[in-house]
Structure formats: C-alpha cells, structure tokens
Design a binder for this molecule. Structure first.
Ligand code: ADE
Ligand code: ZN
Length: 346
C-alpha cells in the first residue's frame, strides 16, 4: 500500500468527492427519486398512495429492513416500459459521473417487475441500454447484476433465471437480496450452483441484519465472490480472519445501515474495525433515493462521524477497484488514476 501524503482534515471531503471510485452495491430501483416516481405514475397511469413528493419522502422513516422493503417495492410499481427502466438507470449514472464514479455494478430485482406482468426483456433491455450509453457518453463503465428475491422460493429463482438466460450477455452475475432473516443463503444453493456453471459472477447479501452464520453459508455453500453488507461479521473473529485471508470483499453501505437501524449512530459504525482487520471493505450507497445520500455523501458523512483518514480513503477506493468485476487491465488503469488524484492533492 503506498504511503498517502498528509492531507489536512478540512480538505478530506473534497478529496473523497474527487477521487475515482467504483460503486458495487446499488439497487437501481433504490435510486428512483420521488420526483421520478410521480412522473412515471402520471405517464403510466399507476396510482401511488401518497399525495405528493413531500408526503412520500416523509414516509421514509424506517425501523428495520422490512419497513423499507415495503415502500421500496411500492415505489418500483410505476416502472412499466423499457423507457422507464432506461430513465431510472440513466438518472443514477449521471449522478455517478458527477461523483467521479468510474465503475458501477448495478443490482436489479426482475421478480419485482415480472410479478406485475412486465416482461424480462423490457427490464433488461431498458437497464442495459442505459449502461451502454453511460460507457459511450459519460466514460462510466456500468454492468448489471440480477438479484433473486430471497423471500420467494428457489423454484421461482430458477424460473427467473430461465427467463433471463436469453439475455445472458447483458448481465455479469447474480445476487441475493430482500428480507434476510429467516431466508438463509442455503435456501438458494442449487440455483447458485447452476449460475456458477453458467459462468456468472456470484454475490449475496449476508450479515446485514442476519447472523454471521449467513456469511459463512454464503461463502461455503453459495460460493459467492463478494458479500453485500457483511457488517455482522465483526461478531465472529474466525469469520473475520477468513474474510481477510481470502480477500473476500464486503460492500458496506453506511447510510443504509444508519437508516435501517443496523447501527444506532454513524459514529458507532464498524467500517474502521473492518478496515483495521485487513478486510477488503468498500463504501456504497445501497438505495440512495431512500437513505439520504449517494456515494459521496456516504463517504463524507462516514469519514466525518468516524474520523477516518486520507489513508483510509485511498484504501477504500483501491478496494473498490480490486473488488469490481472489471477486467484486470482496466482495474490497473483506475488504480493509476487513483494514485494520480492523491498525488495532485499532496
Ligand atoms: N433490496 C434493496 N435494498 C436492500 C437491502 N439493503 N437489503 C436487502 N435487500 C435489499
Ligand atoms: Zn443492498
């Protein structure tokens, strides 16, 4: 790890905003801002049980993961046409560009849409065209990861995979999200084994609210390459050693953890503990339209609350490139850009 030159504390927020970085844990449906929800509600004739943008925002007072998911799935109900999926992803990618995100790996939840009669093709083509456009027009590299909803059955996950396979060239991997407690990773062992045979990348949410044992089974039974969240791992020293030794990245989402009451205050977040233990931790926004901030807000607020340093900033950005599913040569170029950004700041 290169020694990062001393940088005055008051310049840290600017450095955090300016440094190139990858975002690896963003549910694209969680980037749908209330303004866009109401615009799509109007243009698609889908009623929303809130009088307006302010009233909807006021409802974003969550007590746990499930209280958020109920509103999140309701918000996604306005997405009907290919253009809606494109517009949602494009709005996020414009923000990503403005925040110096050079690589974004976007989760999407097809079952939320196919259950309402929206075709898989509509979902994937709309999102994928926004990703292609981001590469061409913004210089932002973007790829899709299809998530299975863990509150549904493994049989339904298999059906979803079947529907998605004609478009396999348009997504790079699969993940597992939605209600965690009571739906352990092992419920999806067979469908993940099939995805592995198909050459897809594998990730899973584990240890967000659920116990460290879910992180173990995600690793050992699902054979995932990254753990999404994983913050509960710090309760299990043996698991911490495993994650560090195998360089299994954790895609940590501090403002999400705050909004969903995983930690009572940002000051008590365990990101520093994860980094100090040598884990490949990264910072991400999860569902930025619902949790009060995009990626740079996650960085600046977490650094302010926990007193992390410029060295930690460099490490987190470097980790985000290491943990990404981009090509090794591309990752090396981003690492060089990261070092150049830090050198400029010295
Ligand atoms: N879907 C969207 N955001 C999620 C989260 N934080 N955990 C599980 N499923 C999700
Ligand atoms: Zn998530």
């Amino acid at each position: 790890m290169p020694a990062v030159p001393p940088i005055a504390a008051e310049r840290l927020p600017e450095l955090l905003r300016r440094m190139p970085k990858a975002e690896l844990h963003i549910h694209i449906e969680g980037s749908l801002e209330p303004e866009l929800i109401f615009e799509m509600s109007r243009r698609n004739g889908i009623a929303i049980p809130y009088a307006g943008v302010e009233e909807l925002r006021r409802a974003y007072a969550f007590t746990n993961l499930q209280s958020f998911l109920d509103i999140y799935y309701a918000g996604a109900s306005v997405l009907i046409n290919e253009r809606d999926f494109h517009d949602m992803a494009w709005a996020y990618l414009l923000k990503a560009k403005a925040e110096n995100v050079v690589r974004a790996e976007l989760f999407f939840d097809p079952q939320t849409h196919t259950a309402r009669g929206v075709a898989m093709e509509t979902v994937i083509n709309g999102l994928h065209s926004a990703c292609t456009r981001a590469g061409a027009e913004l210089g932002v590299s973007a790829s899709l990861i299809l998530c299975f909803l863990r509150h549904l059955s493994e049989g339904e996950a298999f059906e979803t995979l079947e529907q998605a396979l004609p478009f396999q060239d348009k997504f790079i991997g699969v993940g597992l999200d939605s209600s965690e407690v009571g739906h352990p990773p092992e419920k999806f062992a067979k469908v993940f084994a099939r995805c592995r045979e198909l050459g897809l990348h594998l990730v899973a949410h584990a240890g967000e609210e659920g116990p460290p044992s879910y992180v173990w089974t995600a690793l050992d039974l699902l054979k995932v390459e990254r753990i999404d969240h994983g913050v509960q791992s710090s309760k299990d020293p043996q698991l911490m050693r495993r994650l560090a030794q195998d360089r299994i990245p954790l895609t940590v989402c501090p403002l999400s953890n705050l909004k969903l009451c995983v930690f009572p205050a940002l000051e008590q977040h365990n990101l520093r503990e994860l980094l100090d233990a040598g884990l490949v931790a990264t910072v991400n926004s999860d569902d930025p339209a619902y949790f009060g901030g995009y990626l740079n807000e996650n960085f600046t607020r977490t650094f302010a609350a926990t007193g992390l340093s410029a060295q930690h900033a460099w490490q987190l950005a470097a980790n985000s490139f290491e943990a990404s599913f981009a090509e090794p040569e591309q990752k090396r170029r981003w690492r060089d850009q990261l070092d150049a950004a830090f050198a400029q700041f010295a």
